[in-house]
Design a protein around this ligand. Structure first.
Ligand code: NAD
Length: 345
């Protein structure tokens, strides 16, 4: 279960990363992020666009011999400089490229959601085991300092026993032709992409696993963006202690807030899942006070964190089992919305 980071102790090997997919997230967050890492460096790129890859390689000091295409990707097995493959492709491609990367004998980081289905998640976990390599999912909030401070306050009972959790995540999506709105490539709509943060937060804030879900989805098929996937998904989670979580996600409204209500007070994370500037506030029965937490770099956290775990100096977090658990619950959420009744997880 997610808790404050254990301090790394002992030497950590510097790992060479290959990035698969040079889209928005890789270009704007992960490549700049790895440049700030202590224990990781970019050494290879896998792309369907050779010109773009060549320009990115020059920018990050990557040798041109280390640029691969999706076709010759498997030949990374002959490159001992690559320790970790980071999959930053559309969700529907995560399983295939993760399995191929393990086949090449590399460790894997894969973006969230881990895959489109529980079945694919199991194939990825099995491939890791067969290769004797490790898998980490891109749950960057697991390294976010204000989030970890909030979790600490909750576990220290600062607001009393938790009663109710509210999580809200969403943004207004644009271009109808993008892969996020294509069911085969995305696996679903707002739930798969941004609602997964509402789900994951309800789990790490409660510190429990839900036993039952109830959900509604809405899709206006007259809108060219929502021909194939849901635009809104609202779900409730019931936890063993009795905690209830009310979770929203949307592709048609901007939402970014988590609140946890206890018997003695409440906590707010707002914004709750931004790349930077997550803000933690707490009320211990009086007014809401901002808690000053030094911002930690989520991207450095997740990549250096993986390097430290692989060197035996930190626990493994955001494992394949964690990704599988979210997929298992999301499949139950979709089933509940389809059937119009609650579903046991
Ligand atoms: P993007 O559309 O910007 O990039 C997708 C990349 O995949 C591009 O380089 C594209 O060329 C490549 N690609 C290969 N085959 C493709 C195909 N058939 N169709 C479309 N693109 C194809 O997407 P992104 O925002 O970079 O998202 C990539 C992954 O990263 C997704 O799994 C997404 O959920 C995840 N992501 C995570 C975060 C986070 O905060 N952890 C943020 C954004 C995206």
């Amino acid at each position: 279960m997610l808790a404050a980071d254990d301090r790394a102790a002992g030497p950590t090997k510097t790992l060479g990363f290959a990035f698969v997919g040079l889209g928005g997230f890789a270009m704007n967050q992960l490549l700049p992020g790895i440049s700030r890492c202590k224990f990781c460096k970019p050494v290879a790129l896998v792309s369907g666009h050779p010109d773009k890859a060549a320009a990115v390689a020059r920018q990050y000091g990557i040798e041109s011999a280390n640029i691969y295409s999706y076709e010759n990707f498997d030949s990374i097995k002959n490159n001992p400089g690559i320790d970790v493959v980071y999959i930053v492709l559309p969700n529907g491609m995560h399983a295939e490229y993760t399995v191929r990367a393990f086949g090449a004998g590399k460790h894997v980081m894969c973006e969230k959601p881990m895959a489109n289905t529980v079945e694919e998640c199991r194939q990825m976990i099995d491939a890791a085991k067969a290769a004797g390599k490790k898998l980490q999912i891109g749950y960057r909030m697991h390294w976010d300092a204000p989030t970890l401070a909030c979790i600490d306050a909750l576990r220290n009972n600062e607001i009393g026993p938790i009663q109710i959790i509210e999580t809200e995540t969403g943004f207004t999506i644009g271009d109808p032709s993008q892969w996020r709105l294509n069911r085969k490539l995305a696996g679903g709509g707002c739930l798969m992409d941004i609602g997964i943060y509402s789900l994951s937060a309800a789990r790490y804030l409660s510190g429990e696993e839900p036993t039952e879900v109830f959900a509604h989805t809405y899709q206006d098929t007259a809108d060219p963006r929502f021909k194939e996937v849901e635009q809104n998904c609202d779900f409730q989670l019931k936890f063993p202690s009795g905690v209830l979580a009310s979770c929203l996600s949307s592709y048609n409204a901007n939402l970014n807030r988590y609140a946890v209500h206890g018997r003695k007070g409440y906590c707010v994370l707002e914004p709750g899942q931004s790349y930077w500037g997550v803000k933690f506030q707490i009320s211990r029965g009086r007014g809401l006070e901002a808690v000053d937490v030094n911002e930690a770099d989520q991207f450095v956290g997740e990549m250096d964190g993986f390097a430290q775990a692989l060197s035996g100096n930190a626990p493994f977090k955001a494992t394949g089992e964690e990704g599988l658990q979210d997929l298992r619950i999301m499949e139950a959420i979709y089933e509940s919305a389809r059937e119009g009744k609650s579903v046991k997880v």
